[in-house]
Design a binder for this molecule. Structure first.
Ligand SMILES: [Zn+2]
Length: 213
């Protein structure tokens, strides 16, 4: 049964119930799901600077941005979160002062979160054998050096013993082996610090930085 008494969209999927609350409905596997929804028709999304249209697809595309206490399009908010995270990762890599000519390549999220933001891979110039993976888990960032699973003569190997030493002080989830060095970073600052340790593990430190230590 549909509780909508006064539809506001032509298809009847959005409308007011007997308590004068705006409801939205959708159908899933033959059953109707309804929920209370904000009326965004007088609002402007702070991200795209546009409002909402009078149809159920547009009206359902909403997210309450608690910090700003205003509505945004859910689709806009997802794009914002994705770009904000990309920007944080990108700056963390830039701070390592090494070229990564391919940029950050978007890859599948290996963890899976509420909004399933992508993970990223990149390669530092001078250590092309190794792939660096950065990605968000629920409350931490997964940071990993991946080495090829098969080794060939002349191919540099991953110095995971050195990695163990570099991260011995860090009381976090970590995993070291010949094909992978993985740590969880609990803050953006830690992510930056761990990437700098990766630079050292891969032997990419610039001479000046070695002297400075
Ligand atoms: Zn928007």
């Amino acid at each position: 049964m549909n509780d909508i008494l006064r539809p506001i969209t032509a298809d009847g999927y959005i409308g007011y119930d007997k308590f004068n609350q705006l409801q939205a409905v959708r159908f899933e596997n033959g059953s109707m799901i309804s929920w209370i929804i904000a009326n965004p028709l007088e609002e402007i999304c702070p991200i795209c600077d546009r409002g909402w249209d009078l149809n159920h697809t547009s009206i359902k595309d909403q997210h309450y941005w608690h910090d700003r206490k205003e509505l945004t399009h859910e689709s806009c908010f997802k794009r914002y979160l994705k770009l904000r995270e990309w920007s944080m990762f990108f700056n963390a890599v830039v701070e390592c002062n090494l070229a990564f000519p391919g940029g950050l390549k978007e890859v599948k999220n290996e963890y899976g979160a509420a909004w399933n933001l992508p993970w990223y891979e990149f390669t530092w110039k001078g250590a092309e054998t190794f792939t660096i993976v950065i990605g968000r888990r629920k409350r931490v960032d997964h940071v990993e050096i991946k080495a090829p699973t098969e080794s060939y003569p002349g191919l540099p190997s991953l110095d995971y013993r050195m990695a163990e030493k570099c991260f011995s002080e860090e009381d976090v989830t970590k995993d070291f082996g010949p094909t992978s060095v993985m740590v969880h970073a609990h803050t953006d600052e830690k992510l930056k610090a761990y990437l700098k340790k990766f630079v050292r593990i891969l032997g990419l430190e610039k001479p000046a930085e070695k002297i400075a230590e």
